[in-house]
Design a protein around this ligand. Structure first.
Ligand code: 5AD
Ligand code: SF4
Length: 435
């Protein structure tokens, strides 16, 4: 049977979509390969959140064309496919199929058509498909199962392309979510569940809210860890934090993207909360969950951002002291409202220097936080052998820190939670000993 290689860019939702496509293709007799030479079919599952990501994909298609001419089938799925649709097929004649984010269940059909020499395009909104339980996602070698609870986004932050690529918000049925969780635990032996959504706090299905989902998932037998991504600060509430606090298996880990510390910029971004609203929510979290791990996303160089706005952002970073931070230079995206702002764009050199100031400050904060973990014991879910040293295992703390440690009965430990004592740290990871 033909061999395919799948290449994934972007967020966890894309990783999950790739796992679904792998599962479907394997079920239909195709074979997955990691080798470029061996692969007859290339599936590029793409991200369009920043321009750079889109460039990378276009250049990857160019490289494949140059290396293999028309000998390989190349198709594009995911956000770039949704965003550019037919235009993409017209612009890049060597492409054989284009499947939007809500059409990936058609991957087998797309590949079969391509094998028969025909092109395939589908960027429709298949909402019914989203409601069906997904039991075919490839989970081999995984210790964590993604389960998507809500897809799309209706927030339309002015910089963000996601509402145009992932469509309107659609909450998946409550019972289907629980079925998927049980399937991962019972048939795949996975004990960590990560609930996914562009904005999990908007979940709303027949009167059930996200706190209800979190509670029900954490109460399923043999679920040892539950995580979730991503929360929008405007909808993030105390009820949810109380559910986290009441369930030992829900990781006290909260990713709460702030984007900017300046009220002026938050308004232009259309974020629907102020700096003080956000900081009050952080205070509330720390009161209820003092041991909580916090992370965030920030954008620098948004149109009109001046030194004072940037200092407002830096003040938040210095005062909250996040455990992890994802930071980006603003990237103008087609169709987004920010393109119409009258504010002056921030010169790239200034945006770059702000980004490096922010990242340098965060490195120091993170290193100090890691140093404070030395000699303390943490539960770690063991994920795999370390890539660099096969004698070593790699796992994650509840706070998502990557931990490396050596262990005798190594293989049996993968997929289980063990206690480790932290011995040394860097900014990026921790070294530990089994206790
Ligand atoms: N430019 C830069 N960063 C962006 N993000 C989203 N859109 C853009 C953009 N146009 C960032 C936000 C978001 C994260 C996933 O990507 O910080 O939270
Ligand atoms: Fe994009 Fe805003 Fe929706 Fe997040 S909440 S996906 S940043 S539009």
């Amino acid at each position: 049977m033909p061999r395919f290689k799948i290449e994934t860019w972007g967020c966890q939702m894309n990783e999950y979509d790739s796992q679904k496509m792998v599962g479907l293709l394997k079920k239909n007799g195709f074979t997955q390969t990691e080798s470029e030479e061996d692969a007859e079919i290339f599936i590029l599952n793409t991200c369009s959140v920043r321009e750079k990501a889109v460039h990378k994909i276009h250049s990857r298609v160019g490289v494949l064309k140059k290396r293999y001419g028309n000998r390989k089938i190349v198709g594009v799925c995911g956000c770039v496919a949704s965003h550019e649709g037919r235009e993409l097929l017209e612009k890049i004649p060597s492409l054989k199929f284009v499947l939007g984010t809500r059409s990936i269940h058609l991957i087998t059909e797309a590949v079969n058509r391509a094998l028969n020499g025909a092109k395939f395009l589908d960027t429709n909104d298949h909402t019914n498909e989203m409601d069906a339980p997904i039991t075919f996602a490839e989970r081999v070698g995984q210790t964590k199962a993604y389960v998507s609870i809500i897809e799309g986004c209706d927030n339309f932050c002015t910089y963000c392309v996601v509402p145009f690529t992932r469509g309107h918000e659609h909450s998946r049925p409550f019972s289907v979510i629980l079925d998927e969780v049980r399937n991962a635990v019972e048939t795949k032996g996975i004990h960590e569940i990560e609930l996914l959504g562009q904005n999990v706090n908007s979940y709303n299905y027949e009167g059930k809210c996200f706190a209800d989902v979190l509670q029900a998932v954490s109460e399923q037998p043999d679920v040892q860890r539950v995580r979730f991504l991503t929360s929008h600060p405007k909808d993030f509430n105390e009820n949810l934090v109380r559910v986290i606090a009441a369930h030992d298996n829900v990781c006290p880990t909260i990713h709460l993207p702030m984007q900017s510390g300046s009220d002026r910029i938050l308004k232009k971004m259309g974020r629907q909360y102020s700096r003080i609203d956000y900081l009050r929510k952080i205070e509330m979290v720390r009161e209820i969950l003092p041991e909580c791990w916090l992370s965030s996303d920030f954008i620098v160089g948004f149109p009109g951002e001046d030194e004072k706005d940037f200092m407002d952002t830096m003040n938040v970073i210095q005062s909250v002291k996040y455990d992890n931070l994802f930071s980006f230079k603003y990237s103008p995206r087609p169709r987004t409202a920010a393109l119409k702002l009258k504010d002056d764009p921030v010169p790239d050199s200034i945006a770059s220097s702000r980004l490096s100031i922010l990242q340098h400050a965060q490195e120091q904060i993170q290193l100090n936080k890691h140093l404070q973990m030395i000699n303390h014991v943490y539960p770690v879910l063991v994920e795999s052998f370390s890539k660099k040293n096969p004698k070593r295992l790699t796992g994650r703390t509840e706070g998502n820190h990557v931990v490396h440690f050596e262990a005798g009965r190594a293989e049996q430990l993968i997929g289980s939670i063990v206690d480790v004592r932290i011995e040394s740290v860097t900014m990026a990871s921790l070294k530990a000993r089994l206790v």
